[in-house]
Design a protein around this ligand. Structure first.
Ligand SMILES: [Zn+2]
Length: 212
């Protein structure tokens, strides 16, 4: 049996266990959102971040999209990542030669069992390099910090991972679930450029428009 057949079988099994349903309300309807939820979702506005060549998010972090991300992160629903990633891919305005998901802290990975950004990245076309970046465990939670404090706190949270050499000389597409202040994306971009990435663009499923 080839690897391709295996992954096809795995996907078949997952869709049998979790028949395609709305990622927010669970209604058995179109992908990844039902018609009612899809109507409530709003596209994210254009925005930019210093040090990042281009940055893009599909939706505003509100309503059904927010519900779906919550289910992906806290509802033990990794399969939602692939479906939401495919929805992202349909509108993604740029690509990268390699895709690097923003890593999550070790304790979060231990509790959740998967990195939601990596699951989203699986829905995008291209080769995913999850070990190009790593997250250091010892840093303060971002919740409750203002923009400047977040930026300072996050700056030292990422480092080159064991597969950092795999981005050398290449255009990288950095992927995350939600962009809030952009401090995480900027910190990861810095590490990827130090590792020799030719360029870094970033894409997320959602953007917190207010900045917090
Ligand atoms: Zn729905």
């Amino acid at each position: 049996m080839t690897l391709r057949t295996l992954s096809w079988l795995k996907e078949g099994l997952i869709s049998a266990l979790f028949p395609p349903s709305c990622a927010a309300c669970g209604a058995l309807d179109s992908e990844p959102f039902c018609a009612i939820c899809a109507q409530q979702n709003e596209w994210a506005p254009r925005f930019s971040l210093p040090e990042v060549e281009q940055v893009w998010a599909a939706f505003r972090y509100e309503g059904p999209v927010r519900e779906a991300i919550h289910a992906l992160k806290y509802g033990a629903r990794p399969e939602l990542g692939l479906r939401l990633g495919r929805a992202m891919a349909r509108r993604l305005p740029f690509v990268g030669e390699v895709i690097v998901p923003v890593p999550i802290a070790g304790h979060a990975l231990g509790a959740r069992g998967y990195n939601q950004a990596r699951e989203l990245a699986r829905g995008l076309c291209g080769c995913v390099r999850p070990r190009a970046l790593m997250r250091r465990n010892r840093h303060q939670e971002q919740v409750g910090l203002d923009r400047e404090a977040r930026r300072r706190n996050i700056a030292g949270a990422f480092a080159a991972g064991p597969a950092a050499a795999s981005v050398r000389g290449l255009d990288v597409l950095l992927v995350d679930d939600v962009i809030t202040t952009g401090a995480t994306i900027e910190a990861c971009t810095r590490v990827l450029k130090e590792a020799g990435a030719k360029g870094v663009r970033a894409a997320a499923l959602a953007y917190t428009v207010s900045g917090f």
